[in-house]
Design a protein around this ligand. Structure first.
Ligand SMILES: CCC/C=C/C(=O)SCCNC(=O)CCNC(=O)[C@H](O)C(C)(C)COP(=O)([O-])OP(=O)([O-])OC[C@H]1O[C@@H](n2cnc3c(N)ncnc32)[C@H](O)[C@@H]1OP(=O)([O-])[O-]
Length: 279
């Protein structure tokens, strides 16, 4: 059954009113059935446990509200869509924390990848690693044309390995050979390169990212939901089932990998490098 929450929703006739949480702003438009969801976890929208949790709650709320058929994911932070998984959640913590964190990452991916909603990523900033993964779960990706807005699964550059379901999501989008290179080299693509390899569907001037997302959304919304949803399910369910079948093993695997001294050292060095870069 659908649980209605107390905050005003577009269904209550208050379509201009924002709702959401501290780190996930939701701008609903009841008339069109589209909500814009903006990540607001400054400075770089790293996917902390809090952001993941709030993201899952906001998504569930929209999924349960029949008013909404489409969601545009974008960033409220200037220049960054999302810096990916929060390195501080994976560094210097205990195994129980790593397990809880990883479960939340899995949960978000599982919900996004098979969402009944039309999801469009309006990528208005840098989009590495986990940020790229989120965009890859969407049905369509639009990237702002700015040479600073690199996108890709760069995990190997940090000395870590993208899990098999990150890999599957990439392979489903750009194919096996391109993924093989992109993953091993930890490639971060410039907008034109991302477009060429099929990592994004459109590159547009920065000030047109959201308006383009809205017009693309109109096209997707013109398709009967039922047929579109079943088709999406047909395309993606096998990939999702692979993780569902071995969720616990995947958590164990992550915990033992991330707890290794050598991995902790590389992550700490990477974080240090990020901090020094600032000065
Ligand atoms: C098996 C696991 C799979 C892993 C998947 C992943 O997603 S792994 C993730 C892989 N992700 C990456 O490789 C991306 C790493 N990040 C970047 O490349 C850049 O931050 C940027 C291009 C996103 C933005 O550039 P910019 O010049 O606008 O910003 P800036 O660089 O000056 O940073 C500002 C502050 O944010 C901090 N911080 C940054 N990222 C993270 C993070 N993920 N987490 C936590 N903190 C992070 C940074 O230290 C600094 O902190 P300070 O000094 O204020 O205390």
């Amino acid at each position: 059954a659908t649980i209605r929450r107390t905050e005003p929703t577009a269904g209550s006739g208050d379509s201009a009113r924002r709702f959401g949480t501290q780190r996930v702003l939701v701008e609903p438009d009841a008339a069109s059935g589209v909500a814009v969801m903006k990540f607001k976890n400054p400075p770089v929208n790293s996917l902390s446990l809090e952001l993941l949790t709030e993201f899952i709650i906001s998504l569930e709320k929209l999924e349960n509200d029949k008013t909404f058929r489409g969601v545009i994911l974008t960033s409220d932070c200037p220049r960054v869509f999302s810096a990916g998984l929060d390195l501080t959640e994976m560094c210097g913590k205990n195994p129980a924390h790593y397990a809880e964190y990883w479960k939340a990452v899995q949960e978000l991916w599982l919900r996004l990848y098979l969402s009944n909603l039309v999801l469009i990523a309006a990528i208005n900033g840098a989009c590495p690693a986990g940020g790229c993964l989120i965009s890859l779960t969407c049905d369509y990706r639009i990237l702002a044309d700015n040479p600073k807005y690199l996108i890709g699964l760069n995990e190997t550059l940090l000395g870590i390995v993208a899990p098999f379901w990150f890999k599957d999501t990439l392979v489903n989008t750009i194919g096996h050979r391109a993924s093989e290179q992109a993953l091993q080299l930890g490639l971060l693509f410039l907008p034109a390169e991302a477009l060429q390899v099929g990592l994004v569907d459109q590159v547009v001037p920065e000030d047109q990212v959201l308006s383009t997302a809205l017009s693309v959304m109109a096209r997707w919304m013109a398709i009967p939901d039922h047929a579109r949803q079943l088709t999406k399910n047909m395309m993606r369910k096998t990939t999702v089932d692979r993780l569902v079948k071995q969720r616990d093993a995947d958590i164990q695997n992550f915990v033992s990998f991330i707890s290794r001294d050598s991995i902790q050292k590389s992550l700490q060095m990477y974080l240090e490098k990020l901090k020094q870069k600032k000065g």
